[in-house]
Design a protein around this ligand. Structure first.
Ligand SMILES: [Zn+2]
Ligand SMILES: [Zn+2]
Length: 345
């Protein structure tokens, strides 16, 4: 079968490999759809910094179960023919966090992921642990695949500031890409906040408006003033930063008002800093919550799929043949993909 493998820094290629056999507790999937993420671009650029290579990329997977390993026969939803989504994260599976399905905050090890620390879905077949299977419901595989990472992660971020998402509040979504375009929709579907989109690209702000943003502001030197102006002269309640670059983190710090929250999900390499000043009358922006998120929980994934099944959110997908994986990664890096690119075999 074909497998698109990361070989080293700047090197990924299709390799012809045998169809893998599921071991104990695992299932073999025929891949129906595999999403392409900025993390894949970063892995390709860096060569994976300490990962065991080669590894087949693809951490957003929907597939059909075609074989079960030992001990899986009784696991609900893992029977051959089942169409399943894959919860991407791999914690220890045994600590309190993992037992609750919060493998993103496994207490015992840095969580791995299928398609990063073991072979993933940019292939004709993939073997995954049966415990990572999630029913896909009525969602089309091509639309469901990006929900397993971009969707789950965006909803998890939204939830981390849930208490502030009251009617009349304003939330800013920075970066209208794979995650941000879903975050806009989650905010729209689960709250009555005003949503402001921020991006470097005017076309993406137009896209955000189509999917529910109330207004949009271009990044740049005037972005902070633009956000405050678009919010009737007030700072905002929540900023969700799906970029995480220095410029966007500085912007988040500048526009988040008292009692607000900054939720950082993007991995753009910036550093968020605050002024830790003392004193009544001298610290206008004290009492801001700062949250740094990683991935999401199994429950976030279930809710993401349920919202999609109910028609409340929809992944904007660009579909490509699996064979185009290399070109798609290049297009993603240069900003040519709107929404999420999905590979199909
Ligand atoms: Zn990803
Ligand atoms: Zn754990």
């Amino acid at each position: 079968m074909r497998a698109y493998r990361l070989i080293g820094a700047g090197r990924a290629e299709f390799v012809d490999v045998p169809v893998p056999e599921p071991g104990p507790g695992e299932v073999l999937l025929r891949v129906l759809a595999a999403g392409v993420c900025r993390t894949d671009v970063a892995l390709l650029r860096s060569g994976g910094d300490g990962l065991v290579l080669p590894v087949t990329l693809g951490h957003e997977i929907v597939g059909e179960v075609v074989a079960q390993g030992e001990g899986v026969a009784g696991v609900a939803g893992s029977h051959p023919g089942a169409v399943v989504a894959v919860y991407e994260l791999l914690g220890c599976g045994a600590c309190g966090a993992c037992a609750r399905g919060h493998e993103n905050v496994c207490r015992d090890l840095v969580p791995g992921a299928i398609g990063i620390t073991r072979d993933g879905g940019m292939a004709d077949h993939v073997v995954v642990p049966a415990r990572n299977l999630v029913a896909v419901g009525g969602v089309d595989p091509v639309h469901a695949a990006p929900l397993t990472d971009a969707g789950m992660t965006a909803l998890h971020a939204v939830e981390r500031a849930r208490s502030l998402l009251e009617p009349g509040a304003t939330a800013v979504v920075v970066g209208i890409g794979g995650l941000g375009h879903l975050a806009v929709q989650f905010l729209r579907a689960t709250s009555k906040v005003r949503v402001l989109a921020v991006d470097v690209d005017r076309a993406r702000l137009d896209f955000a408006a189509e999917i529910g943003a109330d207004d949009g502001v271009l990044t740049g030197p005037d972005a902070a003033d633009g956000i405050v102006a678009a919010n009737a002269g007030r700072k905002v309640d929540v900023v969700y930063d799906f970029v995480g670059a220095q410029q966007t983190l500085d912007l988040a710090a500048a526009v988040t008002g008292r009692g607000g929250a900054i939720v950082v999900t993007g991995g753009g390499g910036g550093r968020l800093s605050i002024d830790a000043k003392m004193g009544a009358g001298a610290a206008p922006d004290r009492e801001v919550a700062i949250v740094h998120t990683f991935g999401g929980t199994r429950d976030d994934l279930l809710r993401t799929l349920a919202l999609a099944e109910a028609g409340r959110v929809r992944t904007h997908v660009d579909v490509f043949d699996l064979a185009a994986a290399g070109r798609v990664l290049a297009d993603l890096e240069t900003g040519q993909i709107l929404g999420r690119a999905v590979l199909v075999a």
